[in-house]
Design a protein around this ligand. Structure first.
Ligand SMILES: Cc1cc2nc3c(=O)[nH]c(=O)nc-3n(C[C@H](O)[C@H](O)[C@H](O)COP(=O)(O)OP(=O)(O)OC[C@H]3O[C@@H](n4cnc5c(N)ncnc54)[C@H](O)[C@@H]3O)c2cc1C
Length: 448
């Protein structure tokens, strides 16, 4: 007799939480647990802007799966498609070889990718902030602009290299702009022939307000903090065109620059489109119990799924946040175990705990449980929240030590050069290509 197979697709907040819960709920003889994910770590994305700024080392936000999971088999690869009729997933291993993984129950938890619009030049010139490779490559790129600006004798090139454009006024874009501007400001003091006043940061968003989730007062405060630091915030504005040497804004401004950082929202993993299933704005439609209607044995959670938000009611779906993904993962773990034992499934319900935005220094803002906070208190709450949310004691200690070291020793300005010759686009660093259509998936599983 072979044991039933539970397959988890994606090793992020939701997938790892589900695997941990399944390891606790099921005895070793009850099911084989398999996790397919390209990396061997769980990435704590909310701290990526601090990795880009060099406040934290990349290792401190990448928690080894081998430390978290005890008996789950980990397959290092990317799932290109799922065939619910034959209960197979098509996996491209990190070697490039393609294999099939059989399952009895599957959880789709492949998260999301940076949403880039079909704006001319953006897919080829914009950099994202969703993977460790992107954070490291952005850091290298930004520091390289300072080195190159200091080395050139061409005044126009120097100005362009010292102009940085961030698109997206949500927490990812705002934190990225805030942390990198602080890095560049402190780095520019180390370049005797660079005038810090030449450094120009722009943060733009089509929305009329920054981070509307924060409420009007805190959003305004964050805006004031950024403007006081010299970041030019453009609201109601986006990018109409980009090239290697220039960004054109929708208000007609042309900004000669070499850096375009794109954090204007996320789109569900392209894996979703391999299933012939209903979606809500690209996210897989799921029931309150996290099952995919019409597809037997398929569950979905996190950024890739449109989970009904019972705490809000109506047609509301949960926002794509780590807060929800983690908790949905745990409920999915419970429900997969229940489904295996033929027991009733429980619905997912969670009251949002609010938002923390670490802008570095005393400019932070937070709205935990609806209470508006700013300044040092907000910074402490934000950092305390992240420390509690990190999955292991080792990760918490690493992050805390990094913060202390940074507070004492300040910034460092070293490029690793590791990704220097790699394509830096979202397409290349978030691996958004090569996914299969439902027909291609059927063809790939037919021979098994
Ligand atoms: C810069 C930034 C800051 C953020 N700050 C906050 C914050 O302060 N608070 C908050 O609540 N949320 C925040 N978020 C959002 C939060 O990180 C996401 O909502 C959360 O990561 C979603 O969890 P998930 O498990 O669905 O996806 P992820 O955590 O992204 O995990 C997806 C996993 O699936 C893997 N994967 C992808 N495709 C495949 C495939 N085809 N096959 C196999 N594996 C695959 C990925 O490698 C990854 O391991 C932030 C996001 C960013 C980018």
């Amino acid at each position: 007799m072979t044991r039933p197979r539970i397959l988890i697709l994606g090793g992020g907040f939701a997938g790892v939480a589900a695997a941990r819960r399944l390891e606790r709920r099921l005895g070793p003889g009850e099911a084989d647990l398999t996790l397919v994910t390209p990396q061997d770590y769980e990435l704590y994305l909310p701290l990526l802007p601090q990795v880009a700024a060099g406040v934290l080392t990349p290792q401190s936000v990448a928690v080894s799966l081998r430390r978290i999971l005890r008996r789950t088999r980990i397959v290092p690869g990317t799932v290109l498609g799922v065939d619910p009729a034959r209960r197979r997933a098509v996996v491209r291993l990190i070697t490039g070889d393609q294999v099939l993984e059989r399952y009895d129950l599957v959880l789709l938890a492949a998260g999301s990718v940076t949403r880039s619009f079909a704006i001319p030049g953006v897919p080829d010139h914009a950099r994202g902030m969703k993977t460790l490779a992107e954070a490291v490559s952005v850091r290298d790129h930004v520091l390289a602009q300072l080195d190159l600006a200091a080395a050139t004798e061409d005044e126009a090139e120097r100005r362009a290299r010292l102009t940085f454009v961030v698109v997206g006024g949500g927490y990812a874009g705002t934190e990225t702009a805030a942390y990198l501007q602080r890095l560049v400001r402190s780095a520019s003091r180390r370049y005797p022939n660079l005038d810090p006043d030449l450094v120009d940061w722009h943060l733009v968003d089509l929305a009329p307000r920054l981070m509307p989730e924060l409420g009007e007062r805190l959003g305004e405060r964050a805006l004031r903090v950024l403007r006081r630091r010299g970041i030019e915030v453009g609201l109601g504005v986006s990018v109409s065109e980009a090239s290697a040497e220039e960004v054109v804004l929708t208000d007609g401004r042309r900004l000669p620059c070499r850096t375009l950082l794109w954090t204007a929202g996320v789109a569900a993993s392209p894996l979703v489109s391999s299933l012939d299933a209903a979606t809500v704005r690209g996210r897989l439609t799921v029931t309150t119990e996290l099952t995919v209607p019409g597809l037997d044995g398929v569950f979905a959670v996190g950024d890739a799924a449109a989970v009904p938000d019972l705490a809000v009611g109506g047609d509301a779906v949960c926002p794509p946040t780590a807060q929800h993904a983690l908790r949905q993962g745990r409920v999915a773990g419970e429900n997969l175990a229940a489904a295996l034992r033929g027991r009733p499934l429980r619905p997912y319900r969670h009251h949002d705990l609010g938002l923390v935005v670490d802008l570095g220094g005393r400019g932070s803002v937070a709205r935990p449980l609806g209470v508006p906070l700013s300044g040092f208190v907000a910074l402490s709450v934000a950092r305390g929240y992240h420390l509690l949310a990190l999955p292991t004691l080792v990760a918490r200690t690493r992050v805390l030590t990094n913060w202390l070291l940074h507070a004492l020793a300040g910034d460092d300005f070293v490029r690793t050069g590791l990704l220097a010759r790699q394509e830096h686009t979202v397409r290349a660093l978030e691996h958004t290509e090569g996914y299969l259509s439902p027909q291609d998936v059927k063809a790939a599983t037919a021979s098994d």
